[in-house]
Design a protein around this ligand. Structure first.
Ligand SMILES: Cc1cc2nc3c(=O)[nH]c(=O)nc-3n(C[C@H](O)[C@H](O)[C@H](O)COP(=O)(O)OP(=O)(O)OC[C@H]3O[C@@H](n4cnc5c(N)ncnc54)[C@H](O)[C@@H]3O)c2cc1C
Length: 460
C-alpha cells in the first residue's frame, strides 16, 4: 500500500521482501469501513469487491452479537471478508502497475544511516543505498530492532491454534455444538471456508512446544477439551499458532528510517484491526514521505506521521485489551460482558464502538476548530460524481462551494473543485491526500496559511 502511495507522487520505490514466494496462508481478514473507503479513494474497491464477501458492520466488538448500529456515516458501511494473501496480491499488482519494483528473496540484515541516506545490507551481503527506508517487516521487525526502537507492552499470555481442515461430521452437528457453548466460551470457533473445509480456532493452552509448528493431533486434543468432541477434524491445509502479545513501538521515526504496520504495533486479532491499521498507516505516511522526497514538504510534515498515528495505535491496543478481557471466562469478565451487551442496545453505544473499530471515528488533532476538522470526509456527492473518485491520484483537494477560492500555484499537489452543489454544510474544505479535513472556511488568506502548513509553498 505504501509503495503505491509513494508511486502516486513518482517517487522511486523498491520493496524488499525476504520470502521468495507469496505466502499462501489463507487467513481471512476483514477490511473495515475506513480501509474500504481508502480502497475506493484509490480506485481499488471494485477489484477488492470481486474477491471479498460483504457482511454487516456488526458483531465484531468482542464478538458481541448485535445488529449494525443505525446511521453509520459512510457509503461503505459493511465488513469485507477477504483472504489476506488475495489482498496482498491485489496491492502488489497495484503498486507494480504504478511503477514500484518488488524484489523477492531480499532480506534486510543491516542498516546504517547518515545525513544523506540509508545504506541497507541484505542477508546475502548485497548493499543498497536509499534516501529513506520504511520498515514494514512485521511484528518481529528487523528494521525496528536495528534501530534500537523500544517495543514496550505485554508479552503473549494466551496462545491460539488456527488452521484450515476437513471435518468428519455434518454441519448441523457443528452448528448445534457451537450454539450450545456460545454463551460461556467464545474461545473456539469452526467456520466453513468452502469445499467441505473449515477454519478452526481453538485455545493452544498446554499443547505442544511453542517453537514447533502445531499438529492436527493438537487440534483434536484441544477441541475435545473445549467442545467435548474433535468433530473428526483431519487433512489440514495449513496449521498455525498466534499469541496475544500487545506492543507499541515507542518511536515511528529515527532520522531517515520509519516504521509502519505490525513493525510498529502488534495486538491480538480480536476485532480484526491489525491489517487495517497498517493500511491506514501507509495512507497517512505515503504522501508525507513523498513530499519530503520531492522537496515540497513543510519542515514538520513528516513528523506528523508519528504524532497522528501513534495515538491511533495506542487506542487500538487498548480496545483489543478490553475485548480480550470481555472474552475471559471468569465470573467478573462475564458480568461485565453481560452489562456491555445490554449497553450496546443503546444505538449511540453500539455506534461508538463500531466507529472505533472501523476507524471512521478517528479525529486527528489539527488544532481548535469545528468537529469536522481532522476527521475523514465520507464519500459525498459532488457534481462530477462521488468525492472519492477525485482522490485516486493521491493529491490534496480543495472542495469550494463558494467558487471563489484558489489552491494557489500547487498544481502538482492540490486539485481544485468548484462545486456549489457539493453535499457539505460548510462553504469550503481542504482535504489532505488521505481524505482528512485539513481546513474549513471561506477566507482565502486563512486558506493560504493552511495550504502552506500542509502542502508547502507554491511552486514558481
Ligand atoms: C489469526 C489472525 C487473524 C487476523 N485477522 C485480521 C483481521 O481480520 N483484520 C485485520 O486487519 N488484521 C488481522 N490480523 C492481523 C494482520 O494479519 C496483520 O496485522 C498484518 O499481516 C500486518 O501486515 P504487515 O504488512 O505490517 O506485516 P506482515 O504481514 O507480517 O508482513 C511483513 C512482511 O515483511 C517480510 N519481512 C520480514 N522481515 C523481513 C526482512 N528482514 N527483510 C525483508 N522482508 C522482511 C515478511 O516476509 C512479510 O512478508 C490477523 C492476524 C492473525 C494472526
Amino acid at each position: 500500500m505504501l509503495a503505491a502511495e509513494l508511486r502516486l507522487h513518482e517517487v522511486r520505490v523498491l520493496v524488499l521482501e525476504k520470502e521468495t514466494e507469496p505466502v499462501s496462508f489463507a487467513r481471512i481478514v476483514g477490511l473495515h469501513i475506513r480501509s474500504i473507503e481508502l480502497m475506493a479513494m484509490r480506485g481499488l474497491l471494485e477489484r477488492v469487491l470481486e474477491h471479498g464477501r460483504q457482511r454487516p458492520a456488526a458483531g465484531f466488538y468482542a464478538a458481541i452479537d448485535k445488529p449494525a448500529p443505525q446511521g453509520l456515516d459512510s457509503a461503505y458501511a459493511y465488513l469485507l471478508g477477504i483472504p489476506q494473501p488475495v489482498l496482498v496480491d491485489l496491492l502488489e499488482e497495484h503498486a507494480i502497475a504504478l511503477g514500484a519494483q518488488v524484489r523477492r528473496g531480499a532480506a534486510v540484515a543491516e542498516l546504517e544511516q547518515d545525513d544523506d541516506g540509508v545504506t541497507v545490507e541484505l542477508a546475502d551481503g548485497h548493499q543498497l543505498r536509499t534516501r529513506y527506508l520504511v520498515g514494514c517487516d512485521g511484528g518481529r521487525s528487523t528494521v525496528r530492532k536495528l534501530l534500537g526502537v523500544g517495543f514496550p507492552g505485554e508479552p503473549s499470555r494466551t496462545e491460539t491454534l488456527m488452521g484450515e481442515m476437513e471435518v468428519g461430521v455434518p454441519p448441523e452437528e457443528i452448528a448445534a455444538k457451537m450454539a450450545a457453548s456460545r454463551e460461556t466460551d467464545k474461545r473456539w470457533n469452526l467456520r466453513p471456508t468452502g469445499g467441505g473445509r473449515y477454519s478452526v480456532i481453538v485455545p493452544a493452552a498446554g499443547v505442544s512446544d511453542r517453537a514447533q509448528p502445531p499438529t492436527i493431533e493438537d487440534f483434536q486434543q484441544q477441541l475435545r477439551a473445549v467442545a467435548g468432541t474433535d468433530f473428526g477434524v483431519r487433512s489440514p491445509r495449513w496449521l498455525s499458532r498466534f499469541g496475544d502479545a500487545t506492543r507499541l513501538a515507542d518511536r515511528y521515526r529515527v532520522g531517515r528510517v520509519l516504521l509502519a504496520g505490525d513493525a510498529a504495533h502488534i495486538h491480538p486479532p480480536i476485532g480484526g484491526q491489525g491489517l487495517n491499521l497498517g493500511v491506514q498507516d501507509a495512507v497517512n505516511l505515503g504522501w508525507k514521505l513523498a513530499a519530503q522526497i520531492r522537496g515540497w514538504a513543510p519542515e514538520t510534515l513528516l513528523d506528523t506521521y508519528q504524532a497522528e498515528r501513534h495515538p491511533v495505535a495506542e487506542d487500538v491496543l487498548d480496545n483489543t485489551r478490553a475485548q480480550m478481557e470481555l472474552l475471559s471466562t471468569g465470573p467478573g469478565p462475564r458480568a461485565v460482558r453481560r452489562l456491555l451487551t445490554e449497553l450496546m442496545d443503546f444505538d449511540d453505544v453500539n455506534r461508538y464502538l463500531i466507529e472505533k473499530i472501523t476507524a471512521i471515528g478517528i479525529r486527528y488533532d489539527f488544532g481548535a476548530g469545528p468537529d469536522l476538522l481532522g476527521r475523514r470526509l465520507p464519500d459525498i456527492d459532488v457534481k462530477r460524481g462521488r468525492l472519492y473518485g477525485l482522490l485516486h491520484r493521491g493529491r490534496g483537494l480543495l472542495v469550494d462551494r463558494t467558487e471563489r477560492l484558489s489552491a494557489g500555484g500547487r498544481p502538482d499537489r492540490v486539485d481544485y473543485l468548484a462545486d456549489p452543489t457539493a453535499a457539505l454544510d460548510v462553504p469550503c474544505v481542504l482535504l489532505r491526500p488521505d481524505g482528512h479535513v485539513a481546513w474549513i472556511g471561506d477566507d482565502q488568506r486563512d486558506l493560504d496559511d493552511h495550504l502552506s502548513r500542509w502542502f508547502g509553498e507554491p511552486a514558481h
